[in-house]
Write a protein that binds this ligand. Sequence first.
Ligand code: GAL
Length: 669
Amino acid sequence: MSHHPRHRWLRWPSEPDRPRLAFGADYNPEQWPREVWRDDVRAMRTAGVNIVSLAIFSWARIQPRAGVWDFDWLDEVMELLHGHDIAVDLATATASPPPWLTAAHPEILPVDRDGHTRWPGARQHWRPTSPVFREHALALVRALAERYGAHPAMAAWHINNELGCHNAYDYSDDAARAFRLWLRQRYGTVDGLNDAWATTFWSQRFSDWEQVLPPRLAAPGSFPNPTQQLDFKRFSSDALREHLRAERDLLRALTPDLPVTTNFLLMGDGNTVNYPEWAAELDFVANDHYRLPGPQGRDELSFSANLIGNIAGGLPWYLMEHSTSAVNWQPVNKAKLPGELARDSLTHVAHGADAVCFFQWRQSAGGAEKYHSAMIPHAGEDSAVFRSVTELGATLRDLAAVAGTPREPARAAILFDWDSWWAAEQDSHPSDRLRYRQEALDWYTAFLELGLRADVVPAGGAWERYELVVAPVLYVMPAALSQRLHAYVGAGGHLVTTYFSGIVDEHEHVWLGGYPGALRDLLGIRIEEFAPLHDDETAELDDGSTGTLWTDRIDVVDPAVEVLARYKTGEMAGRAAITRRAPGPGSASYVSTRLGPAGLIPLLAGLAARAGVTSELPAALRGQVELAVRGPHRFLINRTDREVDVSAVAGPGSALAPRAVLVVPQARS
Ligand code: GAL
């Protein structure tokens, strides 16, 4: 699932065998007059740029009208870049259909769940399942492949852009048709669908496929069928993948020697695309990431980079976009602090990125993103941003030996699963407050605070090799996954799971007999009723920690269960809150409330110690510094805004400036 049947990295136009990290940006020359292009390539050389992503939003410029093509400007840009030894990741330009196309074919426009058209005027206003859009998009892909497939500047193809960023959920008639087809493939018969969707409930039973719809806006105050909702999320991710495959297959047929990628957007709460299921479609994985504000913003960056590194199977991946400084899409957009540009970039490299690229090369003067930072800001080259960019270019040149080295797996892992992410946050549940990714991120922060490395790995991936596996809110538990977890603990693995895990199967049908059905025996506990908390309620535990969001009324049913902490107050007083069952050398622990990083740190310290997982950092650096390992390189990332003395690992007198990153050779053991 998350491993690659094929991995093909960039085809460098010059010195293909020289190890190097890619460095560059989205390049949008069509926003500027020709004179600026010459200045661009000169400044790119100054900054150390060796690759750009070109033509991402150029459809209207390349094809100004139906049947009319204008490649002259792009020919010139390609020549100019090649002449300056800058490689090209050429986009298929299909991300934003031009006005002539949507005017002639309004039937390609997406429809929201209320039945309203999503009009053109921004971008990505196309239905993933529209045959008309597909036909026009593929004609453009073909034209670009035929014209530039053999161009010496070509390093890779870049399909569309952030597929699903704005158009993942389309409720149109095209979508309804494709959804039915998808469901037929999944369930075979209408009765198979009826069983999976539990349609005996509320008289929803179908007698014909034609009656099946996407979960369009239903009666106010009511809830659409939950399995329909979950399947629609699965379908929508698959529908976008069908589009990806269509462009990719054409490119592979026309230009078999060029690698193909598309930029994922794994960051924050965005979960419309099941990326672990997409990775194997590409020659290499690429991601876009923008650091979010807030106390865990830096950890979230590391978490996302870590997960992408594992989705890429530990092999090098491409950071297609991040920002040099402020973005334009937050309510308030702050510039980055000194050191943050390099730290953010190098954190991605630490987790396996062999390319560090930005949105975008030159900050736009007009358009919706004119206040988004770029490598050359409005202020020009005489600016702190451009100086930091140039410095980063030099740093990456010095780190050329890192290129191609694999991520070194940690001994602990956090399981991450799209089905559980989608399903755990659906409506009509015990609490609508639950946030799947936040719980996983809190555990990640706890690992970082303890100086422990942990890999964030897809639940469908190969995680049996880890000695300690944390599976927060693993709500959807198909029988096969439950069997894997049982076998893992049986073989000596240490599993930690939390509230609202092991509750339902893949159709979101409850495992009966008491919660957490699929894991009840493994954990040696039984829960008859959930006990979620209101926002103003907390639960005090006798280990000094405080729970929020959720509690469970646990009955310990196996005498081999050790109670690690109990509830202290209220009607739960005296009941088990955290348990651990060790049937043999392995163990299965359960955390029934949301502890947040502060409560998880001491708990995880104990659980990791008992699993034999220890920090690779000297005590003084734990929590101060994040450690990531690639081949023989150790990355030390200063998590703080203070200088940190790292002499213990990097030699006498070594210090990490606030927010700085140091790469040191692996200590020999
Ligand atoms: C990305 C997108 C870019 C640009 C950027 C701004 O989602 O791919 O085109 O819009 O965000 O942060």
